[in-house]
Every structure is written in C-alpha cells, then in structure tokens.
Design a binder for this molecule. Structure first.
Ligand code: SF4
Length: 432
C-alpha cells in the first residue's frame, strides 16, 4: 500500500510531497565501500547472506585487484536451535580475519536483513570478541540492513557506533570536528584553509586511522560535511558538543557558506575569511564557466537516494543555471538541511520517501534532460532515451570544496555530452 500526503515545512515556502511505497535504493552495506577506503586500519565483516556478498562484490568490483578490507560471514538457513552454531561460526570467521591481518585495529560487525541475521545479537557478539581480542582490536557493531537503512545511512550507523569511543581530553581537544567521510585530498585542502583562517586544531571524523580517534573536550564544536548523518549528529550533541549550522560544502556557494558559518562560530573576522578564500573561489568559478554554458536551462530530476539531493540541487540550479523539475530525498531532516532548503527555488517539487511507480510517471511528464537516480532505475531510463547520472557516483567521488567544484559540474555534464555524441554517431551512421 502506498500513501502520499503534503506536509508544510519551515524555512521553505513550498510543500513536501511525502510518499511511502515501493522504493528503489541500495542498503546501508554500500557505505562500506567508501568507509573502508577512508579508515585504513579497519575491517568490515558483514554478517549476511550470499545476496549481501554479491552486492558488495559487484558494487565494489573495481577493488578486486587489491585485498579488500571487508568480507561476508555467510549465515545460512538456521532455526533458533542453530543460533549457538551461528555465534560459533561468527567467532571463527572473525578470528580468522584478524589472525591474517595483524594491522587491523577496528573490526566492525555489520548486520544485514536476512531473518537468520536479525535473530543474532551482534552487540553481544561484539562484546564477546572484544574480550578475546582486547587490546589489539576494538570490535564494534552496527546495522547496514536494507530494512533499516538506505545506502548512505550505513555511514551514519557506523559513525554513531564510533562516537562513544571518541577520547575525552581536557588538555588539547579539537576545536572543530568535521564530521562525515570526505576524500583525503579534500581533507588536506580544508585543513589548509582552516589553518589560514587561524583554526589550527581541526580534526576529521572518521579519521584515516580508526585507532587514532580525535580527542574532544568541553569546547569542541562540530560541523557536518555530509548531510546524511542525523543519528551521528544527535549522538555528538548528546555528548555536549555544539553543532555549527551551515549549508553543505558543495560548489562555490555551499563551500563559501560552510566556511563562513564555521568562521562566524569561532569569531573569525569576515575580511580574513574573504582573503583566504579569494584565490580558490576564483579558480572554482572559472572551472564552472564551460559547464554552465552547456547546462544552463537544462531540466534535471532527482530521484531519492543519497540524501545529497537538496544541496546538489542548489548547486546545479544556482551555479550551473539548471531548472529543477523534482528533487527527491529518502529522508528530510529539516533542521540539518535548513540552509540548503532556504536556497531551493520556491516552485520546486520536493519529495520525501518514494513510491517509485508514481515518481516514474512524474519524471516522464516532466521530460527532464538529465535524471539523477540509483543503478536500478538508470538502465530502464537510458533505454527510453533519458540521460542519467548514478547518484552513487556522486557519493564515491571527491566533490566537496572549491577545488572539486569543476569536477562536480563535470559529473552532471558528462551524461549529456555522451547522449549528444551517441546522437551524432547515429546520425552519421544513418547518413552513411
Ligand atoms: Fe540485500 Fe539486505 Fe543484504 Fe542489503 S543487507 S544486500 S538489502 S539482503
């Protein structure tokens, strides 16, 4: 059964089309692909079925040449009497993984949705393994189940599990914690900008090494770099940390707004910020020019997938001149999204949740030039002649900050160029 209702929101003058029905999104296991690249000393052990193993293999297929730091303990059909064996099997696989990899410092047991796994108490399993492997390895658990999470929520669940382990330090805690996985190159660029602004003690969470979690203290504030971290933000606030309210650092406007909100929170002079950002901002504006010329007035439709949709919609509309037909998001956290919501044009159709058949109909009626969607919808839409961009690519790629603004624009430009080339090629073939 599906439902559709309109709910008014603050900070944005339009309505939200709220839908509950069949949805086409990846589960939270997918987050392992970028989390294991970020935390070089962590291993992700999925407790799941063959389906989970296949998903990870195909989603992360390119990594077959390197030894991946994730694996699947297959828990097959078992009745309740078989649960003790399942725990034994889990301990055996975990011990095997750790014995072969002495550099691993954190083992994440990642839950999934097969009913055999739901019956397992992974928190208890993590406690048991912690006793066995302490102090060499910390064992934590979280859920990446498709029943509970969409694909970016896996990161939220993983970081939430790490929050209670952030060390408290009264002496030298971080001034600022930047929360959400960003590419190392982006982290280095932001660190440099913060240093030039006078913020020297900035830490990133998750860190590159899970064994070196940043120390926090009474004065530590945090800012989100990714919009899909509601539970992590709540957990940090519950520890007494203040959240700096800001737009997300995508594109020139988002990055400028993000940096200025941080600077304002620390009482940094606006002129100093302007002089620090002047050169990278000018480079980013230059990098956007060619893409803007090609993308202006093109119509774009976002299916709900990553929760990055609203900040991305602001970017393509304000900085590339694209027309928003519909912006879908799997969940809408009005509080964390307030700045970006306020930047959405008032006539935008904003939808939360999904009823995929109805949304496909709206997409067809809107006749967009470009559709941003999950892998499951991309192929059928391409077959109908619609250019698509996989939303997962926007999560895997370094897209934050000034230096990446041009690359971010190129991700939207490329599918249209490809369509154009295919059209030309067909024309040439017909002519010959
Ligand atoms: Fe499929 Fe669930 Fe495994 Fe995800 S966790 S791959 S949705 S079975």
């Amino acid at each position: 059964m599906s439902t559709t209702q309109r709910i008014p929101i603050q900070a944005w003058s339009g309505d939200v089309l709220n839908e509950r029905g069949q949805r086409e999104v990846f589960c939270g296991l997918t987050g392992i692909i970028w989390l294991h690249r970020k935390m070089q000393d962590a291993f992700f052990l999925i407790i799941g079925s063959r389906t989970c193993a296949h998903l990870m293999q195909s989603a992360a297929g390119v990594m077959i040449f390197a030894e991946p730091r994730f694996g699947t303990a297959i828990i097959g059909e078992r009745d309740l009497a078989g649960l003790a064996d399942a725990h034994e099997e889990l301990d055996r696989v975990a011990s095997e993984v750790l014995a072969c990899r002495p550099n691993i410092r954190t083992l994440f047991l990642v839950g999934s949705c097969p009913s055999e796994v739901i019956k397992l108490d992974l928190e208890r399993a993590a406690q048991r393994l912690n006793q066995r492997w302490h102090p060499q390895v910390k064992v934590l658990n979280y859920s990446g189940s498709g029943i509970e999470t969409t694909f970016t929520q896996g990161e939220d669940a993983c970081l939430q599990a790490l929050v209670p382990h952030l060390p408290l330090s009264a002496k030298a805690p971080a001034q600022l914690l930047v929360v959400g996985t960003v590419a190392d190159v982006v982290e280095d660029q932001f660190s440099q900008l913060f240093k030039s602004m006078g913020l020297n003690n900035v830490a990133f969470f998750p860190p590159r090494r899970s064994a070196e979690l940043p120390a926090i203290g009474p004065g530590t504030r945090f800012v989100l770099a990714q919009p899909f971290l509601s539970d992590t933000a709540r957990a940090l606030q519950a520890m007494g940390m203040e959240c700096i309210s800001a737009p997300f650092p995508l594109g020139v406007q988002g990055t400028t707004g993000w940096l200025k909100a941080i600077a304002q929170s620390f009482g940094i002079d606006e002129q100093r910020v302007e002089s620090v950002i002047a050169a990278p901002k000018a480079r980013a504006l230059k990098a956007l020019e060619a893409h803007r010329a090609a993308l202006a007035n093109k119509r774009i439709f976002f299916f709900p997938d990553s929760q990055l949709e609203i900040p991305l919609a602001c970017f393509v509309h304000h900085e590339l001149g694209m027309t928003l037909t519909e912006v879908g998001t799997p969940y809408l956290n009005r509080h964390l999204m307030a700045h970006d919501l306020a930047r959405l044009p008032a006539n935008t159709t904003l939808s939360e949740g999904q009823d995929v058949d109805k949304q496909l109909q709206r997409c067809q009626q809107a006749e967009p030039d470009l559709v941003v969607c999950g892998l499951g919808l991309a192929n059928p839409l391409e077959a109908q002649g619609v250019a698509t961009k996989w939303s997962i690519e926007l999560v895997f790629s370094p897209i934050h900050g000034y230096e990446q603004a041009g690359d971010l624009a190129a991700l939207f430009h490329r599918p249209l160029k490809r369509r154009q080339l295919i059209g030309q090629r067909k024309g040439e073939l017909a002519w010959n």
